[in-house]
Structures are given as C-alpha cells and as structure tokens.
Design a protein around this ligand. Structure first.
Ligand code: GTP
Ligand code: MG
Length: 369
C-alpha cells in the first residue's frame, strides 16, 4: 500500500484514533486523524500497539480490490424470498405446496429448527429462491439473518390464529432490513378462519391491503388444500418485478452463509447463498474466519452442481473449519492469500474475545468492590 489515513489505521487495529495520535505525539510525530502516512510510519505506530502492519492490511487490501459491478455487467437474477411468521402458521407447508414435496411430515415435532433454502422453477420458466425460517420464538437470530439476505418477505399468518408475537417480530425484521412484505393469509380452509380480521390486525401494524387503499399485497391461501398458491406466486413475481433485481454473473462469487453443520462423514458443510458472480467447483474462498476450496457443490435436492449463479443456494464441501451462519463468503485467486486472511480474521476474533473477557473480569472486580 502507498499510504493510509491515521483514522483508518486506528480502525484496523481496533484502537481509538485519539490514542494513536497521542502515542504518535509522544514519539515526536504530530498527526491529525485525516492525515495520510507512509507504510514505514504506519509500521512504527502499529508496532507500538503490538500489531504488524503487513498482516493488518491484508484484509483492507482485499476490500480495496473489490470494485462494484458496472451497469453493463448486470443481468436479471431470480428473487430471494424468505418465508416468515409465527410458529405453526404454515410456512413449511406453503413451501411444500410450492415445491410439491413434503418436508413438514419429516420434521421432528413438525417444528422447523433450521433454515431451508430452495430454488423453484415455476411453470413459465421463472425462478424464485425460497428460504424457510423457523417460527419458534427461540430462533430470533435465524429470522433476523433470513430477513437480511432476502429481497422479499412472505409473511404467513394463520387465518384462525391471527397476528401473534412472532408475526410482529417478523414485520420488524423485514422493516429493519428494508425488505417489502407480501402477506399470505393461510389456513382459510378452517371453519374458524377469519381473513378479514387478520387484515384489520395487519392494517393496525401499518400493513394495509390494496383493496383498502393501502400498498401491501395479500393473498388468501390454504397451504394444505393448495388454494390460492398461484395467486400468491403471482404477487411475489409482481413485487420482484418492481424491485428490478440484477447481479453481475461474470466475476468471482460472493455470498453469505445461510446455515452450517458438521457432518460426521463429510466434515464441515455449509449452505451459501450466492449473491454475486459465479461459483465454480475448485474455487478458493474465504468464509468468515475460515477458508477452503470448493470440493463439491449440491443444490437443495442433492444434485451435484459444477457452477452456481446469483440467487442460488448451494451446499458446499471443502471448508477448513466450520463457518457460522451469517458469515461472508468470497472467492480469491490464491490459497496462500485465503489462508492469511482467515488467520488474520481469527486473530482479530480472538483479540476481541480476550478484550471482552478482560472487560468482564474487570467488571466483576468492581462489582466486588
Ligand atoms: P414452524 O416452522 O415450526 O414455525 O411451523 P410452520 O409455520 O412451518 O408450520 P407448518 O407448515 O409446520 O404447519 C403447522 C401445522 O399447520 C401442520 O400441522 C400443518 O399441517 C398445518 N397447516 C399448514 N397449513 C395449513 C392449511 O392451509 N390448512 C390447515 N387446515 N392446516 C394447515
Ligand atoms: Mg416450518
């Protein structure tokens, strides 16, 4: 690197810019936060804080290498749609109806405890990627992550039960992520179903149906009896069209971990949502604090894939260590560099952990005093 700003260097090392400037002054170097300094000066200052500048800048170098795609590189991509809602309101059943499979009956206790991701090809050739999330109250962070990787949320509300705690939570996640909501009022086959009541409950929360002069797209459905599914999908495609979703295909892949698990036979396995570029078998990658090489890729039906394009969820083998859900993922040209970035990130994570522990033990001491 040619030069770095004092503030940037402080940020990379996780120290206050003020502390860095004070130390520099003590060393006879008056600096300001926006001042650019050369690598030698940076190295001296970093050393004062126990850092080696070279390592600390690897990550920045990679971030600097990233150039956002130009408009000519962009091509349409399928929408990513996350299904959210209160426990047992019929999210997985809806996806089953769409995929014409039966996941629900194979789930332990009929409760979703992980995120499922599937790409569905609709009649007419259009594709949609769906992400299922659990409704159980224990899985807030999974829902938050589901909302963050998605373009559209389908909010499932059971017409007999109405708006419940996790319905409201899902609305908050979608709003926090700035994602439009399409409502599926489910279980309209039930004798005690009251879709009009659900609409008024939703309207109170700011989701006003179009028929009442609002802007929220809503469909009455029965996932079990496969009623209204086509209408709902049309609304989702309509919403997607308004978003004009695009991505660059011809570049190294970037994405995010949707879920990960340690498989007894296969080792670390993770589902990645490809968000940009094309992922290929053999690609070298960094993922969170770990790295690896794509040894094999599978779609949600277990079919082996050799490439994966934007909006495709893929299960990947070839991680050095298990990444965490929500981790970033990006392809790099060389393994040595990937390893270095992962090591740097691990060290940073350990330092953050140590700092946290130190803080906690200090707090404990003060508590005792
Ligand atoms: P979690 O993932 O645990 O939050 O639940 P879920 O929202 O995925 O609900 P799921 O699809 O597992 O359905 C819960 C129960 O509701 C199951 O017994 C389904 O058979 C039933 N169910 C789902 N959709 C309908 C429907 O349209 N009508 C009726 N009558 N029952 C439904
Ligand atoms: Mg479910």
């Amino acid at each position: 690197f040619e030069s770095i700003q004092v503030g940037e260097l402080a940020k990379l090392m996780g120290v206050k810019a003020g502390d860095l400037i004070k130390r520099a002054l003590q060393l006879g170097m008056p600096l300001t936060i926006n001042q650019s300094i050369d690598p030698d000066t940076a190295a001296i200052l970093a050393d004062e804080f126990g850092y080696q500048v070279e390592k600390a800048l690897i990550e920045e170098e990679i971030l600097l290498q990233y150039t956002p795609p130009s408009p000519e590189e962009l091509k349409p991509r399928p929408p990513v749609v996350t299904v959210m809602g209160h426990v047992d309101h019929g999210k997985t059943s809806l996806l089953d109806a769409i995929r014409k499979t039966d996941v629900v009956s194979r789930e332990a206790g009929g409760i979703t405890q992980h995120i499922g991701a599937y790409t569905v090809s609709l009649d007419g050739g259009k594709k949609i990627t769906f992400i299922d999330t659990p409704g159980h109250e224990a899985f807030t962070s999974m829902r938050a992550r589901g909302a963050q990787v998605t373009d559209i949320v389908i909010l499932v509300v059971a017409a007999d039960d109405g708006v419940m705690e996790q319905t409201k939570e899902a609305i908050e996640h979608a709003r926090a992520a700035g994602v439009p909501i399409v409502v599926a009022i489910n279980k309209i086959d039930k004798p005690n179903a009251n879709p009009e009541k659900v609409k008024s409950q939703l309207a109170e929360l700011g989701l006003v149906p179009e028929e009442w002069g609002g802007e929220t797209l809503m469909a009455n459905i029965s996932a079990r009896n496969k009623i209204g599914i086509e209408d709902l999908l049309e609304l989702v495609l309509l919403q997607a069209e308004m978003l004009d979703l695009k991505a660059a295909y011809e570049r190294p892949a970037r994405g995010r971990v949707i879920e990960s698990r340690l498989d007894k036979g296969k080792g670390p396995v993770a589902t990645i949502l490809v968000q940009e570029g094309t992922l290929k078998e053999g690609d070298i990658f960094v993922c969170g604090n770990t790295y690896g090489r794509v040894r094999a890729m599978f779609d949600s039906y277990g079919n082996r894939l050799s490439i994966a394009t934007p909006s495709t969820p893929v299960e990947i083998l070839g991680f050095e260590e298990l990444p965490s859900a929500g981790d970033d993922f990006f392809v790099l040209e060389d393994e040595e560099k990937a390893r270095k970035v992962a090591e740097y990130r691990q060290r940073k994570a350990r330092e953050a952990e140590t700092a946290k522990e130190a803080k906690i033990s200090l707090e404990k001491i003060f508590e005792k005093l």
